[in-house]
Ligand binder design. Structure first.
Ligand SMILES: *Cc1c(COP(=O)(O)O)cnc(C)c1O
Length: 425
């Protein structure tokens, strides 16, 4: 899906000059677009009791972005120490943080508790014994296994490493209560980038049915249910957007029914990452080479270190050429490639684009979530800078590009050589 017209209208007139000022490549994010989507989310779920979004920090872990989420009244879904630290740094209170880790280490629990106790979402029943203390409020992540199908990115629930087996759910809450927990939440996340609202409604139905089952078995009440992230965005031009309004409406009906039957209703939490920021970022990169062998290649100054999704998942990202959005497409398709010594370092494969000359600016769309954050340094390739197009039109550097000094920093340390003891010699 091309970036929104509004974002394009804000960016296009200043892009050439901004690129000259900051230098390419860079990701640039659209504050106005992020705020608009945040309001859209809040409006769609305004009738659902106590709705709250916990922004999935891993999607775009930048303090300036997290500040926007805080302004919107959102909490933060964190799954690592770094993500907790970042959220705390921009002023998130402990109970604004949902800690949804998996394969959790002692150190991670200590961190979550040291901060004053975030909302702890446990990924397994055995972790009850491994926490430094039992928090008053406890949540478990549920994996329905063969009861549901998943999707391409996250895999089938039955093969996914997350969450508790269905049969462990009641024993887990029972045990947590015995150990001292007094308040309860229930979490699940089954899909990633799902565009079908009905799947999400089915997840609401599933999680409420399970809450009801546990309520009936143990006589406890759930303060919230959390259906995780996974709200999809249309990356391809022929995909239709998730029908958020209908999803919101049908969710309300599910909560009303629950209320009637059980005499109370839990709050609805979600943890959208992609939906909130995905469409509101583009990677801007300059064409630096053209090569004609068995195929035509356009070489750009960004590579996989800036955006892993095409190479990692075969994901599609729309590409446009600045100033040529209405130019005719060339007959011959091209591969748009970076410089990494991996043949999957391609932003597009056999794509028809307008004629591209050296110096053209290419926009790789929808990089506002799981873009920069997923980048890596293989092959000594450094990650690019991040910019934020403010609502007032200013463009702010919100992360500088990596330098060779950053890259070599872990090679500087005190010499440390250990020799095994040689007994009896
Ligand atoms: C990654 C993740 C999310 C966000 O997923 P999106 O597809 O970006 O919405 C939310 N919750 C958890 C636990 C996650 O791991």
């Amino acid at each position: 899906m091309p970036m929104s017209k509004a974002f394009e209208n804000r960016l296009a007139p200043v892009l050439r000059q901004a690129a000259a000022h900051f230098g390419t490549p860079f990701h640039i994010y659209d504050e106005a677009g992020i705020r608009a989507t945040g309001l859209e989310l809040k409006t769609a779920f305004s009738q659902t009791p106590g709705f709250r979004e916990y922004y999935a920090v891993k999607a775009l872990p930048n303090p300036r972005i997290l500040e926007i989420m805080r302004d919107l009244g959102f909490g933060f879904d964190c799954s690592s120490i770094a993500e907790i630290a970042l959220s705390r740094k921009i002023g998130a209170a402990p109970d604004d943080i949902m800690f949804t880790s998996n394969n959790t280490s002692r150190e991670e629990f200590d961190c979550a508790f040291a901060q004053g106790g975030s909302l702890i979402n446990l990924d397994d029943i055995t972790l009850l014994e491994k926490m430094p203390q039992i928090p008053e409020l406890i949540c478990f992540r549920y994996n329905p296994g063969p009861r549901r199908s998943g999707n391409h990115i996250i895999g089938n629930p039955e093969e996914a490493k997350y969450g508790l087996h269905h049969d462990q759910v009641i024993p887990a809450y029972q045990k947590a209560r015995e150990m001292g927990a007094r308040r309860f939440g229930l979490h699940t996340m089954l899909v990633s980038n799902e565009l079908n609202y009905e799947y999400m409604v089915d997840t609401v139905i599933m999680i409420l049915a399970l809450a009801e089952e546990v309520t009936a078995a143990l006589g406890l009440r759930f303060e919230f249910v959390n259906i995780g992230g996974g709200f999809g965005i249309p990356y391809r031009p022929d995909q239709t957007a998730l029908d958020l309004q209908t999803l919101g409406r049908e969710a309300v009906a599910c909560f009303d029914a629950f209320q009637k039957k059980n005499g109370y209703a839990p709050r609805l939490f979600i943890e959208s990452g992609r939906y909130m920021t995905g469409p509101h970022g583009v990677l801007v990169t300059t064409a630096i080479n053209e090569k004609n062998i068995y195929r035509k290649y356009i070489g750009v100054d960004a590579c996989m270190s800036a955006l892993m999704r095409p190479g990692m998942y075969g994901a599609y990202h729309e590409i446009t050429v600045h100033g040529k959005t209405h130019a005719p497409l060339m007959e011959e398709p091209v591969d748009v490639v970076g410089a990494l010594c991996e043949n999957n370092d391609k932003f597009a494969i056999q794509r028809r684009l307008p004629e591209i000359v050296e110096g053209d600016l290419l926009l790789i769309h929808d990089t506002g979530a799981h873009g920069h954050a997923m980048g890596f340094n293989y092959n000594g390739r450094l990650r690019p800078k991040e910019l934020l197009l403010r609502s007032n039109g200013a463009i702010e550097l919100i992360r500088r590009e990596e330098t060779l000094a950053d890259h070599f920093a872990t090679l500087e340390f005190k010499q440390n050589i250990w020799r095994p003891k040689t007994h009896g010699l």
